[in-house]
Design a protein around this ligand. Structure first.
Ligand SMILES: [Zn+2]
Length: 308
């Protein structure tokens, strides 16, 4: 650990950063990277961003997989399932996106954006459940496409769109961006009054980061350029005019088994989970993740911000 005073925290502006070494481990590419940890707000940032990041997004990177559509019968089931879930709150039937919708309560005509949408699968699931004004943004997709009437994927950034939205979501894309203040400002500008910004990302509050540093699976060097703490992101969002509504830790057992695999020196791509952990061990790790979330020390969180 070294101290670097030449740069400042992208979240709070403080200039005392402790630095930690890191390498690319998902694909086993390696390299020498350095992360700075702000000594005031705890947020992390990659100190020197590689000129060509595309090398670190090979073709089997998960967001490039093909969109899977549902047939008529499955769309109907998804519509029913979501409506029953929203009416009853029954957790056993909650779709993956259920808790976010239950909190935000968008209407089926609400204009919803997914920033860094990848192949658009999440938006497609919302479409199948009945939402009809859906827009995905990702400058890295091949070309813009209208997937269905009511679901478009745009090969551009949200800043380049003239539209405004009732809900803007970022599911594990925020940490891939370079300038958090600019991102938050443009989201504020692109939200309708009363609109929600939902950001899900890894957080520097993570106990696993504090214990394992470079082996923490969600450090994900060098793809993750910024990793805020709850305080770092909340303060910056409030600075640009957004109001914190709620922060929910939603980490999983991945933080433990992924990190353990990296500690063994194995790349994520080459590892089969079953080779390293028994079923009982995995059940215990799931339980541990739930406990970490309750204690506010899980390795990722869901932030709800509102434009007043
Ligand atoms: Zn800071």
């Amino acid at each position: 650990m070294l101290t670097d005073n030449s740069i400042s925290c992208k979240f709070c502006g403080h200039s005392d950063l402790h630095t930690y070494p890191a390498e690319e481990r998902m694909f086993g590419i390696g390299g020498n990277f350095t992360y700075g940890e702000c000594q005031k707000c705890g947020s992390l940032q990659l100190i020197t961003i590689p000129e060509d990041l595309s090398v670190y997004y090979p073709s089997d990177y998960y967001s490039f997989s093909t969109l899977k559509k549902s047939d008529f019968k499955n769309q109907l089931l998804k519509k029913v399932r979501l409506r029953v879930f929203l009416a009853t709150g029954l957790k056993s039937i909650a779709p993956i996106y259920g808790s976010w919708l239950k909190k935000i309560k968008p209407s089926f005509n609400s204009k919803i954006a997914d920033v860094g949408c990848g192949n658009g699968q999440l938006l497609y699931e919302l479409f199948a459940s009945g939402f009809r004004n859906l827009h995905g943004f990702d400058p890295f997709m091949e070309k813009s496409v209208e997937v269905e009437k009511g679901l478009s994927l745009w090969k551009k950034t949200i800043e380049e769109s003239d539209d405004r939205f009732d809900l803007i979501m970022m599911h594990h894309s925020f940490e891939h961006m370079e300038n958090p203040e600019l991102v938050l400002k443009s989201c504020f500008d692109k939200l309708n009054p009363g609109g929600y910004l939902l950001i899900r990302c890894p957080v520097g509050d993570s106990e696993v980061w504090k214990e394992k540093h470079q082996y923490w699976v969600q450090l994900d060097a060098p793809r993750h350029l910024i990793i805020p703490t709850v305080k770092g992101l909340t303060d910056l969002a409030e600075k640009v005019g957004l109001k914190k509504d709620e922060v929910v830790f939603d980490s999983t057992d991945f933080q433990f088994w992924g990190t353990a695999i990296y500690e063994k020196g194995i790349s994520l791509r080459k590892s089969k989970l079953g080779e390293h952990f028994s079923k009982d061990e995995l059940v215990a790790l799931k339980q541990k993740a739930l406990q970490f979330n309750q204690e506010g020390k899980g390795d990722q969180a869901c932030f709800y911000f509102k434009k007043a």
